[in-house]
Design a protein around this ligand. Structure first.
Ligand code: NOJ
Length: 526
């Protein structure tokens, strides 16, 4: 059972480096986030996910944690973060931090101790093979960098040694069971980190690589799930309101393991190719075919088909009903911004769809104004992802209002194009992307039928245009093409709708059980 407050939650993801610099040093900070809470509230977002803001050498943008309990000095102090929790709560906004349980930085004191030749308390905190020349099959490892005559297993980049949660299937004598005392100690250490932030006012966690904990796990991730069940029990007892969203990419397993939400990121069995991007840009992988032909469903007349997305989504949705939520996202710090393929009208249609779907939606900072993906050199292990991590564009002042720095020290360059979108330039235009996002989220807050739990039913036509779906007693219609389309609603639906249009983009009318969906239109009908 997911935390109750999620029923009407809309999340805003903040990459802290790039959101708002309050002290002019060229990098975003916690006080900058506090300054912008009213803006976040004005969007209708009532929850935040902040990417890792802990002390780190920043070889992977902070996903290489050096101290789990300390805010990175470049973002401020722990007191600043506690104040952010408080100020956010006063405005009805919850705050999730990013928990990175699978690995630390190679500079974490636990690892510095663990790599020592002499046995100590942290010897088994990470996964080590038996000998400096001996690696292991199927898992990445590093040898030759430690005092200890052994190789250590990595979880992601070279700078991120895997914490030891044990093995499910043991194939080598040095591998320890996931129920071994050493693995249980790691589990307790992560619980301790969670308790630390929750007791200071944080509302839960986005969990990085949540399925990666136990090595050689079975297909159902039984070992890893056992750990999350245990952590869930701890939360239920001590912090019953706390919520967790997993980067697992398999809601059927993640929600059964005790997560409240799981991100919808890839196709079952596929790589990390966001499904949202798949339907924004049919088949486009996050790094590969940025320049391939664009068949996005929301792109006018590009011939994209949403049925592939729907087939996969509905299967997962049906399988997880009542267990927790699937989280659709506009994009995240690892993916290419949707504006890469879609223009402002197309984005409005895509977002209107996203914010009228069940589950708990996530908006990535800047997507609400259509910030662009910029071709910039890699920063902090971002590689192609860096282009989606550039500074938030607030207004027409220096550095687009992100920072008062003279520009020479900016974390990343701001969009210097003449048509760079900003909050200020869209604020007063009722039809701007920004205000369209606000209106559809506001409608979601007003209508329980558009929120996380209300039922979903697609009314299938032979083609997928227009796409018509019922949320509770409401009907939504999307036409992404350039022709007007007429569809007769099934009797059981037409019989119970009045035809009142609660929200629309473009022209939509309803008469005698028939929806006329104008070119590039969207409507929510009562
Ligand atoms: C997923 C995070 O979203 C990504 O940014 C990071 O590089 C990896 N996990 C490793 O922690």
């Amino acid at each position: 059972m997911a935390a109750k407050w999620l029923k009407n939650a809309v999340f805003y993801e903040i990459y802290p480096q790039s959101f708002k610099d309050s002290n002019g040093d060229g990098i975003g900070d916690i006080n900058g986030i506090i300054q912008k809470l009213d803006y976040i509230k004005s969007l209708g977002c009532n929850a935040l996910w902040i990417n890792p803001c802990y002390d780190s050498p920043f070889k992977d943008a902070g996903y290489d944690v050096r101290d789990y309990k300390k805010v990175a000095p470049r973002y401020g102090t722990n007191e600043d973060l506690y104040r952010l929790f408080d100020e956010a709560h006063k405005k009805g906004i919850r705050v999730l931090l990013d928990l990175v349980p699978g690995h630390t930085s190679e500079e974490h004191p636990w690892f510095l101790e663990s790599q020592k030749a002499e046995k100590n308390e942290y010897t088994d905190r990470f996964i080590w093979t038996e000998f400096c020349f001996q690696g292991t099959d199927g898992l990445p490892y590093i040898g030759g960098e430690s005092e200890r005559s052994a190789c250590y297993i990595l979880n992601f980049f070279k700078c991120q040694p895997a914490l030891n949660y044990g093995f499910y299937r043991i194939t080598e004598p040095w591998q320890k069971s996931f129920r071994d005392a050493s693995a249980l100690t790691t589990r307790e250490a992560i619980k301790d980190v969670m308790r630390f932030w929750l007791s200071h006012g944080c509302d839960g966690f986005r969990v990085d690589m949540a399925s990666s904990l136990v090595k050689n796990d079975d297909e159902k991730k039984s070992g890893t799930s056992e750990i999350w069940h245990d952590i869930r029990r701890m939360l239920d007892l001590e912090f019953p309101e706390a919520a967790m969203v997993s980067e697992w990419n398999d809601p059927s397993l993640a929600l059964r393991a005790g997560f409240d939400m799981d991100f919808y990121l890839n196709e079952p069995g596929g790589g990390y190719s966001t499904l949202l991007r798949d339907y924004y840009n049919n088949g486009g992988s996050i790094h590969g075919d940025r320049n391939s032909e664009d068949h996005s469903y929301f792109k006018k007349d590009a011939g994209g088909n949403i049925n592939r997305f729907l087939g996969q989504y509905l299967e997962r949705y049906e399988d997880t009903k009542g267990l927790g939520y699937i989280s659709l996202l506009t994009c995240n710090h690892d993916t290419i911004r949707p504006s890469y393929s879609l223009d402002s009208t197309e984005l409005k249609l895509a977002y209107a769809f996203l914010f009228t779907m069940p589950g708990v939606p996530f908006l990535y900072y800047g997507d609400e104004i259509g910030m662009k993906y910029l071709e910039v050199p890699t920063k902090e292990g971002g590689y192609f992802r860096t282009g989606s991590r550039t500074p938030m564009q607030w207004d027409g002042s220096a550095n687009l209002g992100f920072s008062t720095s003279d520009g020479s020290e900016l974390y990343l360059p701001v969009d210097d194009s003449a048509d760079a979108p900003t909050v200020a330039s869209q604020e007063n235009d009722p039809n701007s992307l920004l205000n369209t996002v606000r209106s559809i989220i506001a409608l979601r807050h007003r209508e329980e039928d558009l929120q996380a739990d209300a039922s979903l039913r697609f009314i299938c036509s032979e083609t997928d245009r227009p796409l018509i779906y019922c949320r509770g007693s409401l009907v939504c219609s999307v036409n992404t093409g350039s022709n007007e389309l007429k569809t007769a609603l099934p009797h059981d639906v037409s019989g119970r709708i009045h035809g009142e249009i609660l929200f629309k983009i473009g022209d939509v009318s309803v008469k005698d059980g028939m929806i006329s969906a104008g070119p590039q239109s969207f409507a929510v009908i009562r």
